[in-house]
Design a protein around this ligand. Sequence first.
Ligand code: N7H
Length: 564
Amino acid sequence: MKNLSDFIFPSAVSHEQGSTIVGAPSEPQLDVAEIQGNILVGFNKDHQAFLFFRITNPSVAKQWLRKMVPQIANTDETLSFLRLFRAMRSRRQTEPVGLVATWLNIGFTRTGIEKLTSQAEAEKFASPAFKVGMAARAGLLGDETDVNGNPIGWKFGDSSNPVDFVLIVASDEVAARDDYISTIKQEIQKLQGVSSENANDAGIQLVFAQAGDTLPGVLKGHEHFGFKDGISQPGIRGRASKAPLDFLTPRLIDPADSASLEFSRPGQPLVWPGQFVLGAKYPTQNPFDSVKPGPVSSPSPLWASNGSFLVIRRLNQDVSAFWNFMASTAAALKSKYPQFGNLTTEMFATLVVGRWPSGAPLMRTPLADNPLLASHEFAANNFAFTNAAPAIRIVAGQSSTPDNFPTAPADDAGLRCPFATHIRKVNPRDDTTDLGGPERTLLKRILRRGIPFGPPLPHPLDVDSKDDERGLLFVCYQAAIEDQFEFLTTDWVNSDVFPRAYGNVAGGQDPVIGRGAGATRSFALRIDANTLETLTLPSAWVTGTGGEYFFSPSITALRDVLAH
Ligand code: N7H
């Protein structure tokens, strides 16, 4: 049997060097040895597993946790790996082969923290959502619930399968992930009968396990509906070391371009770290100014410093229902409106998602997919909505080919991209919303770390005869669940009027993930400047089948508070 320590990737010390940007604010040094590695950098692994556990004996669980602490990957390690990967790719001009790392991270629910500390300690968390758990908020999120408000059809996180903590195992290779999981399970079995009258009780019980894998073949990097995912993430302000230019998120825009003050790369705004990690030295985003730091505050409890709230949501996707609706609606619009004479099924689905299946943004290529644009690392995310987005100068040596693709025009009226289109709902970018100017939208950003589960549907228009389950394990990190994940879901995604409406006409819910609370949904799109069509959508193609709110503590909090 392998030891857990055999799987650790040695941390390579390397510093990133950026250029000085005149007028840029000074940014805090992030505690990279303390912050878990999936939060700010991300595991970026093709094979992951989410193991949900219940604690039946806190003192045995603590004993086990103490052994696990050195296994938890921190940001220093994931950042070193990412930098090594980038350096090798850039030198070899091809994806590095054989570079394998297997990472482990952990998060606790409120009940888990209570069992390992005390009720009083768990009460110190200020977040009402975290305190009650996701199941109690299921109705609010739009999930189907019974008369008592309990979610229906959940596999974990509800009252029949409560969860105290989650382990996230992630690797570049399936075998390495599975070996690691077997090792963890063996370590847990060894605990059986250690300090309990019940010989079968290991003090920790596996409630539910969910593997997540990137899809095979041409769908690699895409989610089950067939669209490229994981393209747009916020950049993070903060340094990885004392070195003044050792930024966690590399600054790739030419300092002579004023966009370099606000963006790390085209389309990737810089967000202050207090939006994602708790800690008195991490400023939050300033609601009045997208560049200057906002307020800082001490976390409660104090040991929550360098921790982050983790949302995990198991979302089933009905692929054939999605594509059958796209096909029939595209045909109907095509015959109803001469302006839509060339509308195809794929084009209509692109109006719904905001990107073509390749990932090319609708705002830059409205009539046809453009895989070259999608694969250009500085073009694929360079667009806005209200204002035109010109090409941006990149620092010398970073881009081999210039971004000569057609630029995104101003679309304040929602002519090119409907207001309720998925990516415009969840990140309205430069739009003015019900909250105010675009600097307010930066307070709503999240760090997405999701991965698909289940096999792909071979023919998207066929009804799946095998009845396999498939979907997205939606995962995101943030400093405030209510203000970020829950706000996006309840105030924008599920709302038919916010963040923007067409004057007095509602824009509809997010057609990809919005829920109409049991009712049908609507989706409005402009046929031309004078004609608005409001479509009726079936209840939902994406259904919640489990989930929880977790807290991912710092390495020190794990060792000195939770495992102590
Ligand atoms: Fe979404 N999809 O395939 O349609 N999402 N999403 N998402 N999503 C994005 O830019 C999808 C979900 C966000 O900055 C893309 O990386 C599906 C939830 C955010 O421009 C695609 C599901 C929430 C962004 C999808 C799902 C979000 C985003 C484009 C569920 C939060 C970045 C790829 C099954 C509440 C937007 C990319 C930006 C992008 C899809 C869920 C949020 C293709 C199928 C639950 C913030």
